[in-house]
Structure formats: C-alpha cells, structure tokens
Design a protein around this ligand. Structure first.
Ligand SMILES: Cc1ncc(C[n+]2csc(CCOP(=O)(O)OP(=O)(O)O)c2C)c(N)n1
Length: 281
C-alpha cells in the first residue's frame, strides 16, 4: 500500500544514498553524477520493490547492466551494512574490492557488467529460467540509453516479448548522455517508449525521480500480465543536487578535482535535514 509515510521514508533513503555517493567519490572521483541521479530508483528498488527481508536478502533479483553505475549499488549497500564506508572509500583505488564496474559473484551483483549491453539479455534469460522452475521471483534490470545502441540488447528485448516474460521489468536510465556526448547526437535512440511498445512491451515513461510515481509504476509493472514491462526514466545527471547539476551538467565521469564536493554535501545534508524534520514533525 502506498502512503505518505512510506514515500517520505524512501525519499530520506534516497537522500542518504546521494550523500554516500558524494562521500565515496570525493576521494578519487568516479561516476558520481549517475549515482546521484539514480538514488530515487535505487531507494525504491532496494528498500521496497525487491522484497527485502530483515536479514539483508532480497526475494527478487536485480541485474545491473551498466556496470559503471555500481556506485549506486555501493551507496545502497552501505546503508544495509553489506559494505562499510571505509571499504567503499577505496573505490577507484588499485587493489580495491569495490571496482568501478562489478564482476559476477561480487557481493551485491549478479553479473560481470563492465562491458556494456549484456544485462538485458542475461536478465531475460534469468526471468525465463525462474518461470520454467515455477518460482515467483521477479527480475529487474537497469540499463542505460547508451546501451540501447547495442544489438544484443534488442535480442534480449525481442526474446522477453516473445516469451511474454511478465516477471521481468526493465528500467532504462534515459539520461541522454554517454561518454562522448549527448546520446541524441551520437546515435539517437528515441522514441524509446514507442520502440519497446512495437517490440511487445508494456512501456511507461516517467521522470525516475518522483517517489510516488516510481511506486505507482512498479505496481503497474507487477500487475501487467502476459508481457514484459519497461519503465523509461528521463533522469538527468546529478538529479537531486541542484548546485552540482548547475555546475557540471555534462559530467560522464567526474574527476576528483572537477567539483566542489563540500558544496554538494551541504545541499544534500540540508535536503536530508528538511525531510527528517517533516517525518518527525
Ligand atoms: C561495450 C562497451 N563499450 C564501451 C565502454 C566504455 N564506456 C564506459 S561508460 C560508457 C558510456 C555509456 O553511456 P551510457 O551507457 O548511456 O551511460 P551513462 O551516460 O548513463 O553513464 C562507455 C562508452 C564499455 N564499458 N563497454
């Protein structure tokens, strides 16, 4: 059931995740802008939709395809106690356990995801296998608009629709950015929703940063039968921390020296204080 308190708790968690992203990346840089922008989706997934239990396990499966967004997951797993902040501060340091892109078997990750474009087809195979075994686990896969430029992704999409995998939910981080510039300039992927619909998906286009809308859309995904679901999230880098978004709107990779981390920390700490006051007031 959706209620205001549940939304507020998840918004607080999203603010904490954003804070963790800055805290981790300020040491040596990293994919901070993506981690910040994905915080609402992450809070909703890991603290609600994936059906977490009290011992830190999830009933459902999450496949991170765009491996460089692992910073999002690390920042969640700091909150769940799976990683300490001391471990996470070694992100981007030679010999670290928490690489920029994760590998299969690493705590918190299902697949090796440094090479982009692999997740959707692996997630579709996983969803198919779970259904074959009669299990009620659902599969969620996050990938980026840049990955939509890769052929293997469309094979996975076609397979999922053909198999009517209604236990599968794709989440597209449609931020219109990739390493060499705007996706629209490199090789446009729009209209993303129409393409998925044409392939046989139920598609919904949302901001990806509105908690109530995220909860409603995940509910719609669960209630969609006989076809897979995709939520296309029109995020923008640094969503949720306005001063960094204004200062560095196109930051595919954020060098340690490129931003004023203190300024960003201050803004997100203010946001967190306001949200907690609302909860306690
Ligand atoms: C197959 C493959 N090609 C190139 C890269 C190098 N690379 C890392 S991140 C990135 C940009 C990808 O853009 P997008 O997936 O849209 O991610 P975002 O802009 O959201 O960070 C690229 C090209 C890679 N990791 N894998």
């Amino acid at each position: 059931m959706r209620n205001d308190r549940r939304i507020l708790d998840l918004e607080i968690m999203a603010a904490r995740i954003r804070h963790n992203v800055l805290e981790i990346c300020r040491q040596r840089g990293g994919y901070a802008a993506q981690g910040v922008a994905l915080a609402d989706i992450a809070a909703c997934l890991y603290f609600d939709e994936l059906r977490p239990d009290n011992e830190g396990w999830y009933h459902d499966r999450f496949v991170l395809s765009n491996g460089h967004d692992a910073i999002m997951t690390y920042s969640v797993l700091a909150e769940t106690g799976h990683y300490t902040m001391a471990e996470l501060r070694t992100y981007n340091v030679d010999g670290t356990k928490v690489d920029q892109s994760p590998i299969e078997g690493q705590l918190g990750f299902e697949i090796t995801a440094g090479s982009l474009g692999q997740g959707p087809s692996q997630a579709a195979g996983l969803a198919w296998g779970l259904r074959q075994q009669g299990l009620d686990q659902r599969v969620y896969c996050l990938f980026s608009d840049g990955e939509l430029q890769e052929g293997n992704v469309w094979e996975g999409i076609m397979f999922a629709a053909h198999q009517k995998l209604d236990n599968l939910c794709f989440i597209v981080d449609n931020n219109d950015m990739q390493a060499s510039g705007h996706a629209a300039d490199v090789m446009g992927v729009e209209p993303v929703d129409d393409k998925f619909t044409a392939f046989g998906f139920q598609a919904r286009r949302i901001s990806g940063t509105d908690m109530a809308e995220l909860l409603d859309t995940f509910e719609e995904a669960r209630n969609t039968k006989n076809k897979p679901f995709v939520m296309i999230c029109d995020t923008r880098l640094w969503d949720g921390i306005d001063c960094l978004q204004r200062a560095l709107p196109i930051a595919h990779y954020t060098a340690q020296s490129a931003v004023d981390w203190d300024m960003g920390m201050k803004e997100i700490e203010n946001t967190l204080t306001k949200l907690e006051a609302k909860r306690d007031g």
